[in-house]
Design a protein around this ligand. Structure first.
Ligand SMILES: [Zn+2]
Length: 448
């Protein structure tokens, strides 16, 4: 190695060598060699085989080589024995070794004989770690489930998650309940009541949002691979869940699950206070148990205070206004051309699917080797998952059609309060009570 007498003879070429594991990394950029304070005459790069290393050693036998630069010693072989053999060859040929990433050695990264024992010991643990990471990466690229128990609703099959017929319906009903009522806590309570299955709100949230229930796998790296197993939540349902969750985020907490359709939506236009639903029991004993609902400002600072307004009157007036104001508002709104965006994304998805479908043939005909095909398939599927997410975040395409239906008063009168709440929140951001003396009217703020 780099002893004094060898340094004096050290004029010759400088070669660089890198080994990359195709499961874990790609071939490094040439710029990594810029850290060496000598010009590199030739670069040898191996990806998954040792063909270039062999070529390098052959060239060293026939040409004059002074330096070999690597990142880490372990790149010189797949085992300690192989690394040692390679080092012995380099020593025999009087070639100085520079290892850029090794923290030991002289300041110039050149490796001294005294360092080798320590470095070789390190190689062993580092190679074990690499094999472990490689195992995880292979699982990911073959779209195998990550290690551990299958999520509730699934069983661990040999190669993928399979639907657990006893628990999957519970997850499905939970999601359907959420889609109908739009309340996470309400759906958690429903599950306990119907199945005596206790879950926390955060678990419920995870059920609603986890890619696993939508048929995709997500790995620790954050990569999502699409359609790896049967879904419990369809893509359409998932898109609706995402919209509902976004909408609930805009509502003050607790009102998302309140039973009245107007709760959390109404604001007093005079004092800007939000208005809550309050109940007042009837005084007349002829109607025991009967109660009246009012909308009351929660933080009115005016003197005299803004009056409460009967709930039913506000509801009735809101329905009148929505039927009258919604169609012109929808047609005036500069809604993005959702149809076109959707078509564009769908076209990209099917183009990628078409490539995916060709891969098995390309392997059979020997154009691609199985490893390359798996890597390609993995990349395509993560790209498709990203497109699917974009697609799911689009607003419902048929807003104009929906607007026509919901502009008929009878539509609203036929609904339960729960259903009404669901539709109100699809369109209305806020209902302001505008007061003129003792008169009042409502003014709707639409979401779009
Ligand atoms: Zn007020």
């Amino acid at each position: 190695m780099s002893t004094a007498e060898q340094v004096s003879t050290a004029n010759g070429q400088t070669f660089a060598y890198s080994y990359s594991d195709p499961w874990l990394e790609s071939v490094p950029d040439v710029s990594i060699w810029e850290g060496v304070n000598r010009s590199i005459d030739r670069i040898y790069q191996d990806l998954g085989s040792r063909q270039q290393l062999q070529q390098l050693l052959n060239d060293c036998e026939t040409e004059t080589v002074a330096y070999l630069v690597v990142r880490r010693l372990e790149e010189l072989g797949d085992s300690i024995q192989a690394v040692s053999d390679c080092l012995a060859t380099l020593e025999r040929l009087n070639i100085n070794l520079i290892a850029l990433d090794e923290t030991i050695g002289a300041g110039d990264h050149s490796i001294q004989r005294s360092d080798l024992f320590y470095l070789l010991a390190n190689i062993q643990t580092s190679q074990q770690r690499r094999r472990l990471r490689q195992g995880h990466a292979r699982n990911r690229i073959k779209a195998l489930p990550p290690p551990g128990k299958a999520p509730y609703g699934y069983k661990r099959g040999k190669e993928r998650y399979t639907i657990d017929r006893t628990t999957a319906p519970i997850v499905k009903e939970f999601v359907e309940h959420f889609l109908l009522y739009g309340s996470l806590r309400g759906s958690v309570r429903f599950l306990q009541k119907k199945y005596n299955k206790k879950i926390s709100a955060s678990t419920g949230k995870r059920w609603l949002t986890s890619p696993v229930y939508r048929g995709d796998l997500v790995y620790q790296t954050g990569d999502v691979v699409q359609n790896t197993h049967a879904a419990i939540i369809s893509r359409d349902e998932a898109a609706q869940v995402d919209r509902l969750l976004r909408r609930n985020r805009r509502m003050p907490p607790r009102t998302a699950s309140a039973p009245r359709s107007l709760s959390g939506l109404v604001k007093c236009g005079a004092c800007q206070s939000s208005m809550k639903v309050s109940r007042v029991a009837a005084r007349r004993s002829s109607q025991p148990g009967k109660e009246y609902l009012y909308l009351t400002p929660t933080a009115c600072l005016r003197q005299p205070k803004c009056r409460s307004i009967p709930y039913d009157q506000v509801l009735k007036r809101t329905i009148q206004c929505i039927c009258q104001d919604l169609p012109p508002a929808v047609s005036a709104a500069a809604l993005p051309d959702i149809d076109r965006i959707k078509q564009g994304l769908t076209a990209q998805l099917s183009a990628k699917q078409a490539i995916l479908d060709q891969l098995p043939d390309l392997v059979t005909t020997g154009i691609l080797d199985p490893d390359t095909a798996e890597l390609r398939s993995y990349k395509l599927r993560t790209e498709m998952a990203a497109l699917q997410t974009q697609l799911a975040q689009l607003p419902p395409v048929n807003l104009k059609t929906i607007a026509q239906v919901v502009s008929i008063p009878q539509f609203w009168l036929d609904l339960s309060e729960t259903e009404r709440r669901f539709y109100f929140r699809e369109f209305i951001r806020e209902i302001a009570i505008v007061r003129h003396d003792s008169e009042w009217d409502v003014q709707l703020g639409f979401i779009f």
